[in-house]
Design a protein around this ligand. Structure first.
Ligand SMILES: N[C@@H](CCC(=O)N[C@@H](CS)C(=O)NCC(=O)O)C(=O)O
Length: 208
């Protein structure tokens, strides 16, 4: 079976690439340069595999999947995730599942609203009210995450898991748009700890 990941640097495909590295799976990375990613997403070639025109897309044999966290879940169930996914019998399993999804479903909308209305959109299309709403809701998410982390090194008591990869991506986006400076101290230390991971260093160094 050949795994192929369509990757656009700085996008959510980083989550999947990081997990593939940590799991030690063989895969082909199709990196689409950031400058042409939107155009490439509209081509018949890419539309045939992802009509939404988003990244990531994962192909595993006959299977094509979108949605970064769903892809992570799939990979961890299909292949040996080792300690990256606590066993269902472990007390960590519930928190693990919560944080894995919180990274996208819980935080994603607020972080993206803040991202879009303070950074991504042309200034004339930005709304200060939406940015403020996104900032306030993101702040709540960060406080919640910080209390879940407490004084642990990672979200699960067992150690580093895929849940850390999932939430890290949102912290990374906040860092890019300079909205992470007021984050709780334990989250800042956590972010610095995660970005030292060799697999993150490898995939985040891939040029756009
Ligand atoms: N919920 C989806 C979101 C996918 C998504 O919005 N990806 C962004 C990059 S992070 C994208 O492809 N944006 C390009 C565009 O919207 O044109 C996931 O987690 O995979």
């Amino acid at each position: 079976m050949t795994i192929t990941l369509y990757h656009f640097p700085q996008s959510r495909s980083l989550r999947v690439a990081w997990l593939l590295e940590e799991m030690g799976l063989e895969y082909t990375l199709k990196t689409i340069p950031a400058a042409t990613a939107r155009e490439y997403a509209k081509t018949p070639e890419y539309q045939a595999i992802n009509p939404l025109g988003k990244y990531p897309t994962l192909i595993d044999g006959d299977l094509t999947m979108v949605e970064s966290v769903a892809i992570m879940d799939y990979l961890m169930h299909k292949y040996d995730a080792g300690p990256l996914k606590p066993d269902v019998s472990s007390p960590d399993y519930g928190p693990f599942t919560q944080w894995l999804h919180f990274g996208e479903s819980g935080m994603g909308m607020y972080v993206i609203m803040l991202f879009a209305h303070s950074y991504l959109l042309p200034e004339e299309h930005r709304s200060a009210r939406i940015a403020e709403w996104g900032r306030a809701e993101t702040h709540k998410c960060l406080e919640f995450l910080a209390s879940g982390l407490g004084d642990k090194d990672y979200l699960c008591t067992s150690g580093f898991t895929a849940a850390d990869i999932s939430v890290f991506y949102m912290l990374y986006l906040l860092k890019i748009i300079r909205q992470f400076d007021d984050a709780p101290d334990n989250l800042k230390t956590y972010f610095d700890r995660l970005r030292q991971k060799p697999a993150w260093q490898k995939i985040s160094a891939i040029e756009a």
